[in-house]
Design a protein around this ligand. Structure first.
Ligand code: EZ4
Ligand code: CO
Length: 404
């Protein structure tokens, strides 16, 4: 079998998604997600200008060899653009291999280690009453674990909480220039324990609650927050400090027993070496789409398993159903599965990307379709072309740029 076509499809059924479609001389096709939110076209160029020409004529069964060829062969290794492009190739090849075998991908990864995949949903509110309503809505949708994000008194627009412009419309993603959010770490640290207190009082002790600090804290601030949240037994505190410095987590770990999760902006196992071998975290949170695909993420999970660290694949709305499907196959197969982030996609997105995975009672299952189980409707995709969009940026109240 040979690869005879490599095509990149960009579509925006509400938000941008980049998809690689490989076709073989047998007529098999494979899909891979290459969406890098706010920098989509850089990956499109990387794939179309630099990777697609190399793939033509290759044997699609040689997944490991192709991964090494793209990773080592680029010389300029790692980085989100390179690794998103490499991930798309890797997932498309797994899709083809599984279709050729007539099996759902999870069977090729060792088969199911569980019956279904536990997820967590996103609840958010500009204030506590709005957040409580949002948690209730998540529970009504079937979720059995919930991430809680809240507005902070005195701040206009905070990560994870819907922002509005002067006219009141949502402006989080579709903007010609990035939305500017504002930030005050002290105000945040004062407020969040009260948020957990209110949610625990309303929903009881058993509901797993998660929280994302989105890389904004120093190690000492993160230790303080972890310690203050201990009475509320959070499932985890996510991305407490900026991603670059693994050593920071030594300080946080010394201060708190709140479980720690990190990794959505990591691209390779090297970003985790200290964190895993020193057992500084409890969950690895990389996305299939930003970590080079199923091949390296499986290796990361096996490495983490030696240290009782569990998986928690990043699953925001900006991972397409193609990336989500690959994640759910891996979730079902690995022994050290922890939890899967899942906020679903719009009805329109689910029409452009018809998928076999299902969501029932807060749990996902990849389905039994051969491959990853996603079909791309290229006509519908073309009817919703690329739209320029940025993620927000963040400034302190005196105007200083801060981590978003
Ligand atoms: O901000 O995927 O845990 N989820 C997150 C996400 C990220 C977005 C960035 O594109 O932190 O919402
Ligand atoms: Co996050």
């Amino acid at each position: 079998m040979k690869i005879v076509d490599a095509k990149v499809v960009v579509t925006s059924p509400g938000r941008n998604f980049v998809t690689l479609k490989l076709t073989t001389d047998d007529g098999l096709t494979g899909l891979g997600d290459a969406t890098l939110n706010g920098r989509e076209l850089a990956v499109v160029s990387y794939l179309t200008d630099h990777v697609a020409p190399l793939l033509l004529g290759l044997d699609p069964h040689r997944i490991e060899d192709t991964w090494q060829y793209l990773y080592r062969g680029a010389y300029w290794r790692r980085g989100p653009v390179t690794m998103a492009a490499t991930a798309a190739v890797d997932v498309a090849l797994w899709d083809i291999k599984a279709k050729a075998a007539g099996l759902p991908l999870y069977q090729l990864l060792g088969g199911a280690s569980r019956d279904r995949v536990r997820t967590y949903g996103h609840a958010n509110g500009r204030d506590i009453p709005e957040l409580l309503d949002s948690v209730r809505a998540q529970l009504d949708e079937g979720y059995q674990a919930v991430r809680i994000q809240s507005g902070v008194p005195g701040l206009k627009a905070v990560y994870g909480v819907h922002s509005t412009d002067d006219s009141g419309s949502a402006v989080l993603h579709q903007q010609a220039r990035p939305l500017v959010e504002d930030w005050d770490t002290d105000a945040y640290l004062r407020h969040i324990p009260a948020v957990f207190d209110a949610v625990r009082s309303e929903f009881g002790a058993e509901l797993p609650l998660l929280h994302d600090a989105h890389h904004r804290l120093t190690p000492v601030q993160a230790g303080r927050l972890g310690k203050d949240l201990e009475p509320y037994r959070p499932f985890w505190l996510e991305d407490c400090t900026p991603a670059e410095n693994q050593e920071a987590l030594r300080l946080v770990r010394a201060d708190t027993t709140t479980p720690l999760a990190i990794g959505e902006v990591f691209n390779t196992v090297y970003d985790y070496q200290t964190l895993i071998t020193e057992q500084l975290i409890d969950y690895v949170r990389s996305a299939v789409t930003h970590f080079g695909g199923v091949t390296p993420l499986r290796k990361l999970f096996d490495f983490a398993a030696q240290y009782q660290i569990k998986s928690a694949i990043h699953g925001p709305e900006d991972i397409s159903p193609v990336g989500m499907a690959a994640a759910v196959h891996l979730d079902l197969a690995v022994h050290n599965f922890g939890i899967q982030e899942y906020s679903g996609h719009t009805a329109l997105t689910n029409e452009v990307f018809r998928h076999a995975y299902t969501f029932t009672d807060g749990h996902l299952h990849p389905g039994e379709a051969p491959g990853i189980g996603v079909e791309l409707d290229e006509e519908m995709a073309a009817a919703h072309p690329y739209e320029a969009a940025y993620l927000p940026v963040n400034r302190l109240q005196d105007g200083t740029v801060h981590d978003w």
